[in-house]
Design a binder for this molecule. Structure first.
Ligand SMILES: [Zn+2]
Ligand SMILES: [Zn+2]
Length: 306
């Protein structure tokens, strides 16, 4: 990764001077996203197919992402069909809907058929376990008790985190759209919908520059976020927030923090308007390898546990 170097001339420090970056328009993004959400899942699938052919280093991962994303699209549409008019309105505080949970064995079968060998074997093991063990896993992740029950941090059990997150993600998207935002302050480091960590940043065109927002690692909700703040620890000193880019992924920024030593990748839509942040984040694996070699830890691993 010799091509990686500090992004010349566009460190945060310089961009801070432009007024468009500091003028936040909190709250304007929600309705736009709700209106477009119908096509988000389809666009992610198409983008994954495209990038799988383009980036050999990520092709196996993205080829597996495609059937997972198709399943997610089906689950989302099923949830919308059966639960949309439910009273009371679904929320993150309520237990998982039975109509969703009953689809989990089908998801595990899909992973058995389409996943790389170790993931497929783990899916088979889990599918052979009692239904209440499966429910325990999903409930733990849903109630954010995943760290204790799933063993997050224990690498050997990472597959269980993948199963829970990948399966529940479309339901979380649906619940987010129904439940709406919670009060979360001006620069929330956690998702204002479901209180999880962001998984990827986005720069959207705004005036001559870009407006930064963060995308939730679970419900995929997006919220505006100041450019010169670390979402890991709140550091605001631009000298401690270096940004790196690489020749082969010019639209993906590695945004690091020298205070907490964490990083998040941000997909710059001002440079590539065709990018799909969640997918381009997965496709740019070499940037993660580089950042981790420099001693940075990812703020939140992505769906594929990278
Ligand atoms: Zn969220
Ligand atoms: Zn930090």
């Amino acid at each position: 990764m010799g091509g990686l170097s500090p992004e010349k001339g566009s460190k945060y420090g310089r961009k801070l001077a432009t007024p468009d970056i500091v003028s936040l328009r909190v709250g304007t993004l929600g309705p736009i996203i709700a209106a477009m959400s119908q096509t988000f899942r389809q666009r992610r699938i198409a983008r994954a197919e495209e990038l799988a052919a383009q980036y050999p280093s990520a092709s196996e991962m993205l080829r597996f992402f495609v059937p997972v994303a198709r399943f997610q699209d089906e689950l989302y549409r099923a949830a919308q069909k059966t639960l949309k008019s439910q009273k009371p309105v679904v929320s993150f505080a309520q237990p998982l809907a039975a109509e969703v949970v009953e689809r989990f064995p089908g998801f595990l079968s899909l992973v058995e058929e389409t996943g790389p060998a170790p993931v497929a074997a783990a899916a088979r093991d889990l599918r052979n376990q009692a239904a209440n063990r499966q429910l325990q896993l999903l409930t733990a992740f849903w109630t954010r008790d995943g760290g204790r029950v799933i063993g997050v941090g224990d690498k050997g059990d990472g597959h269980r985190e993948f199963f829970a997150r990948a399966f529940l993600q479309p339901y979380a998207e649906f619940v987010r759209e129904q439940a709406g935002k919670q009060e979360a302050g001006p620069t929330p480091c956690l998702c204002p919908f479901c209180s999880r960590k962001p998984g990827v940043g986005v720069l959207r065109p705004l005036g001559d520059g870009g407006q930064r927002s963060l995308v939730c690692s679970f419900c995929l909700g997006e919220w505006e976020f100041r450019r010169i703040v670390c979402p890991g620890c709140g550091e605001e000193n631009h000298a401690k927030l270096p940004v790196y880019t690489a020749e082969e992924f010019q639209h993906v920024r590695v945004e690091c923090c020298d205070t907490c030593r964490r990083y998040i990748k941000t997909v710059d839509l001002t440079r590539n308007g065709l990018a799909e942040p969640v997918v381009d984040e997965i496709a740019s694996i070499p940037l993660d390898l580089w950042a981790q070699k420099q001693g940075y830890t990812k703020l939140q691993v992505n769906l594929m546990l990278l």
